[in-house]
Design a binder for this molecule. Structure first.
Ligand SMILES: *Cc1c(COP(=O)(O)O)cnc(C)c1O
Length: 230
């Protein structure tokens, strides 16, 4: 039962860690069930699917906070950005440029997390530490006295997102989480002018216990709430 799964997870999470229910590939009815149990934050990974669910649920579940966690092609921004409270999966400069352009054209500021590449696999997306450092130096260097950014004025940098290595070896997963947690702490120290840069999104169904021990402020859990994705 979705409700029981949610209750178990709520009880396990320390206060201050936000549960993001990953509803991708599950029908809107599953979201309704979780919503009825009190869950308000949901994440989707495909623009079309997110858009369809937003439309279907907007009257029944008006206060859902939608996050986007998947690969975002720049030609799909208008399916996602009007509805997403947070884009967790920003992994290229090109995507940042395009989100910023869309935001300025629509008089919006979009909250994003920068995805840090963790683990060794070549296929994994995400920025490397030095890319993120360069990026945030250029953003903070463009700020005026009021803290307004000339660089990416349409983007509010909220923190980091990471996915641990795909392995059963908990020591490897833990090392990934330690790495992103200490990088996060380093950035928060280095860039006090980024006042809203305070979110660390780590932890999925299989590893959220480890993530919480390593400073997670936001866990993204699908399978442990909704069951397997067919
Ligand atoms: C699918 C997905 C999740 C949820 O994974 P589960 O193992 O089902 O909890 C979390 N984060 C991202 C980025 C995902 O794509």
């Amino acid at each position: 039962m979705i409700k029981d799964n949610l209750e178990r997870i709520y009880n396990e999470l320390p206060s201050g860690v936000k549960l993001v229910a990953v509803s991708k590939f599950h029908p809107a009815d599953c979201i309704r069930e979780a919503y009825a149990a009190g869950q308000r934050v949901f994440a989707e990974s495909r623009p079309q699917e997110m858009n369809a669910k937003v439309e279907e649920l907007k009257d029944e579940c008006p206060d859902i906070e939608w996050h986007f966690i998947g690969h975002l092609q720049t030609n799909k921004l208008k399916m996602v950005l009007p509805y997403a409270s947070l884009v967790q999966s920003v992994d290229t400069h090109h995507l940042l440029d395009e989100i910023d352009k869309w935001a300025r054209a629509n008089s919006r500021v979009i909250d994003v997390l920068l995805e840090l590449h963790l683990g060794a696999e070549e296929t994994k997306q995400g920025f490397h530490e030095e890319d993120i450092l360069d990026l945030l130096f250029s953003v903070t260097g463009s700020m005026d006295d009021q803290g307004r950014q000339k660089k990416y004025p349409g983007i509010r940098f909220r923190g980091l997102m990471g996915m641990a290595s795909h392995t059963e070896d908990e020591s490897v997963i833990n090392a990934d989480f330690e790495r992103i947690d200490s990088f996060m702490a380093y950035l928060v120290d280095l860039f006090p002018e980024l006042k809203d840069f305070n979110q660390l999104s780590i932890g999925m169904s299989g590893d959220y216990h480890l993530a919480v021990k390593n400073g997670s402020t936001m866990v993204r859990i699908g399978t442990a709430i909704f069951g397997d994705r067919s």
